[in-house]
Design a protein around this ligand. Structure first.
Ligand SMILES: Cc1ncc(COP(=O)(O)O)c(C=O)c1O
Length: 375
């Protein structure tokens, strides 16, 4: 390949410096930044591609299926998904995983209605449009959970259509977990025989396995499919995720494709073959015990942040087992300086593993108006 022109190299070097500076103020989004994966570099010289079903054989053998299968197995184990009854693959992120779960649900129940709360990630409305599915948005409670009464009443009015519930296992803004036990009891109580529950566990799907007393969140809580992001708690320089679903559901959509010699069970055709190496490597490095210890530190940091806000008379709070610290929306300069995502009159910081006490002290001081960081 021709060498990179000097001017282009200089631009990339400036971009690197910009990232380094920005990383010091990265407290508003749920993406870990405490990683380093030099082991992927030798693989970047090949046209690796995980096209097709990672559990099949493909004619395209420059793939990382073997590692992808181990990543899926790790998620199956910790999302309490029986390996013989479930299947999964690595997605481009939580959004693709949610699309996959809703796609399966719509294939199984073409006459179904998708219910999701107003606190659901903004991409849900787009996904139901992509699928051309009927959907109804349900009121949310102030704490971020779905309003169970509104859900019950709405399902009752539409009893002829199978409910497809998009449950939040950790909402974007509040880190709230919709109660799967309550939702399942509601469906049982109404004698609804055809239904589907997809769990959007983008962040909390890799937090709840590491706490002592998690809210119900996995297949043992009755979900039909679950989507988790890989670049959030585990951390990755490239967005990625894992989706798991009941095998019997996936069998409904699987088609054999001669061109690549394997089953077409995934949404994307060509798929990232580097991200399986990244998650596999993280799993090898941390293991379940390492993730548990890391989550413990994140929870401690979340409590540190709440106490720091309280010292300045600012009320901040979090849900149990959540590292999303909610506080009143600060002024725009704080939002800009600290890359904080606002929503109406609230905002949050998320104490991902790279967030330090110093960062929290500075963000709290600035929110309280004691200091002004130079942008
Ligand atoms: C609850 C929830 N669902 C879905 C998503 C989308 O995930 P991704 O950005 O991995 O596509 C997010 C992202 O923050 C989220 O918080």
């Amino acid at each position: 390949m021709p060498p990179l022109p000097e001017a282009a190299a200089a631009r990339l070097s400036a971009l690197g410096n910009q990232m380094r500076t920005l990383s010091d103020t990265f407290v508003g989004y749920p993406c870990s930044q405490d990683f380093s994966y030099p082991e992927i570099i030798p693989l970047l010289g090949y046209a690796i591609n995980n096209v097709g079903d990672p559990f099949g054989e493909s004619i395209y053998r420059e793939n990382t299926f073997a590692l992808e299968r181990e990543v899926v197995a790790f998620f199956q184990q910790h999302l309490r998904a029986p390996a013989e009854q479930t299947w999964g693959y690595m997605t481009s992120g939580g959004t693709e995983g949610n699309l996959y779960g809703l796609y399966l649900a719509r294939e199984i129940h073409p006459d179904g209605i998708i219910y999701y709360s107003e606190h659901t990630h903004y991409s849900a409305a787009k996904l139901v449009r992509v699928l051309g599915a009927r959907s109804i948005m349900i009121r949310g409670q102030d704490n971020g959970e779905i309003d169970y009464e509104d859900l019950r009443e709405t399902i009752r009015i539409h009893r002829d259509a199978p409910p497809i519930i998009l449950a939040n296992i950790g909402t974007t803004m509040h880190g709230a977990v919709d109660n799967l036990t309550t939702i399942r009891a509601m469906l049982k109580d109404m004698a609804i025989s055809r239904s589907y529950i997809h769990a959007d566990a983008a962040l909390s799907g890799m937090l709840l396995p590491w706490v002592d007393d998690p809210q119900p969140f996995g297949f043992d809580a009755g979900v039909d499919s679950i989507a988790v992001s890989g670049h959030k708690f585990i951390g990755s320089p490239m967005p990625c995720g894992v989706v798991l679903a009941g095998r019997r559901h996936v069998d409904r959509v699987a088609r054999s494709v001669e061109y690549v010699g394997c089953m077409d069970t995934t949404i994307a055709g060509s798929r990232n073959a580097v991200t399986p190496v990244i998650l596999w490597s993280a799993i090898q490095r941390w293991g379940a015990d390492g993730f548990r210890e890391r989550m413990g530190r994140c929870l401690e940091m979340a409590d540190y942040a709440i106490a720091a806000f309280a010292r300045h008379g600012i009320k901040a709070w979090r849900h149990p087992n959540s590292i999303t610290v909610v506080f009143p929306r600060p002024r725009d300069s704080v939002i800009r300086n600290w890359q904080i995502a606002p929503s109406g009159d609230i905002a949050h910081i998320i104490t991902m593993p790279h967030v330090t006490r110093t960062m929290i002290d500075r963000v709290v001081a600035e929110t309280a108006g004691l200091t002004q960081q130079q942008p």
